[in-house]
Design a binder for this molecule. Structure first.
Ligand SMILES: Nc1ncnc2c1ncn2[C@@H]1O[C@H](COP(=O)(O)OP(=O)(O)OP(=O)(O)O)[C@@H](O)[C@H]1O
Length: 356
């Protein structure tokens, strides 16, 4: 980098982009702190994602791929970059936008308007699936019943399944999400803080759910959030930037701030946390959950009933805490112990978790 910096200085003292050494730099690249021009930024940003896609063999030619589109910066940049790369490198993919409408007035209704505009701007067909249609409840109704305390648990569990159901409607081979390097580093840290070894071993995988109905990929696994924001800004992409009105989530917020502090001191910290997560060895004596199917809805589950069914049963019986705290007298009566362990394992689920 020192050589690059020296090179980037012109004879007269004014700096030049340390990649092309021709144009004036307009930004300091967050990942490397290099001073670079806009054109070189676009190029390195897109090329790194292309290399991740190719290096990890994320897609096969002819596949139908749904992009989980929330209207936020990450998934908007993902939709834009993936359709560019698909054209440029002839990936041969059929791309779709898939949005889950959680039913949050003043948040998701507005962000869905953004996705509808993206549908036209990027020429990608859009499928919207709502909690109301799938589960009979909107998040507004759930919050009215349960309050603000555990609402992220319901939302995260339902969203995970809703994305699978939407992907099945679209008959896609894969689902991609805009989870970025910061999200993954944060989840590594949270799983360590919670002692959740099963999730720790999964959360750094670039592709998950290969044994389930539809595999999920994270092409932004190594892409820094700050660079995504810069890319969206310079490209003037149309995205929605408001935080969810129901997600206070202090614990995750603390981990996020901690990672941002580390990044300020040493940008590589994010990549190093991901690497540590990847290299953790799980002791052979650690008991891992066994994958099966929910007896009620047939969805993938490591328990008798999947998490969505346990939560939904509680909502429908007017006992919303059933799926959160100690379940009493559910349809799982004979397997009360199992139901309790399901409830316990979802207790720690939070909004923004990679588990969806
Ligand atoms: N309602 C939704 N519909 C479809 N996909 C979603 C939805 N919510 C989240 N996702 C997918 O999950 C990824 C991570 O979601 P998260 O809630 O962590 O949001 P984020 O980091 O703010 O991302 P974004 O900026 O795309 O909203 C998103 O990038 C998107 O691909």
């Amino acid at each position: 980098m020192e050589a690059g910096e020296a090179k980037s200085k012109k004879a007269g003292g004014s700096r030049l982009c340390c990649i092309c050494n021709q144009r004036r730099p307009v930004l300091k690249r967050p990942k490397t702190l290099q001073q670079i021009c806009r054109e070189c930024f676009y190029e390195v940003f897109e090329e790194e994602i292309h290399q991740v896609i190719v290096g990890n063999r994320l897609f096969k030619s002819g596949e139908r791929v749904a992009i989980g589109a929330s209207g936020g910066k990450d998934s908007t940049v993902l939709a834009y970059v993936l359709s560019e790369l698909n054209r440029r490198h002839n990936y041969g993919l059929d791309l779709f936008l898939l949005s889950i409408d959680e039913g949050i007035t003043g948040y998701r209704d507005d962000s869905l308007e953004t996705v509808k505009r993206n549908e036209v701007q990027y020429g990608l067909p859009l499928q919207i699936v709502s909690y109301k249609d799938l589960y009979g409840w909107t998040m507004d109704e759930i919050v009215k019943m349960i309050g603000l305390k555990n609402n992220c648990t319901f939302c995260g569990v339902f969203r995970r399944q809703a994305l699978d159901r939407g992907a099945a409607l679209l008959k896609v081979d894969k689902l991609v999400t805009g989870h970025n390097a910061d999200d993954i580093a944060e989840t590594v840290l949270l799983n360590i803080l919670r002692g959740d070894i099963a999730r720790l071993s999964r959360c750094t995988s670039i592709t998950t759910g290969e044994d389930g109905p539809i595999p999920r990929c994270k092409p932004f696994k190594y892409t820094y959030e700050k660079e995504i924001v810069m890319y969206a800004y310079f490209k003037k992409l149309d995205y929605f930037s408001t935080e969810c009105i129901y997600s206070p989530n202090a614990y995750r917020g603390f981990a996020r701030e901690f990672i941002k502090d580390l990044e300020r001191l040493r940008p590589r910290a994010i990549l190093d946390i991901i690497k540590s997560g990847e290299d953790f060895r799980i002791a052979t004596t650690t008991k891992m959950p066994e994958q099966g199917t929910c007896e009620r809805c047939g969805y993938i589950s490591s328990q008798k009933w999947c998490k969505a069914c346990v939560l939904l049963e509680g909502l429908n019986r007017g006992l919303p805490k059933m799926g959160i705290g100690r379940p009493r007298g559910s349809g799982n009566d004979q397997k009360d112990t199992k139901a309790r362990s399901t409830a316990k394992s979802i207790e720690s689920k939070q909004c923004g978790s990679l588990e969806f």
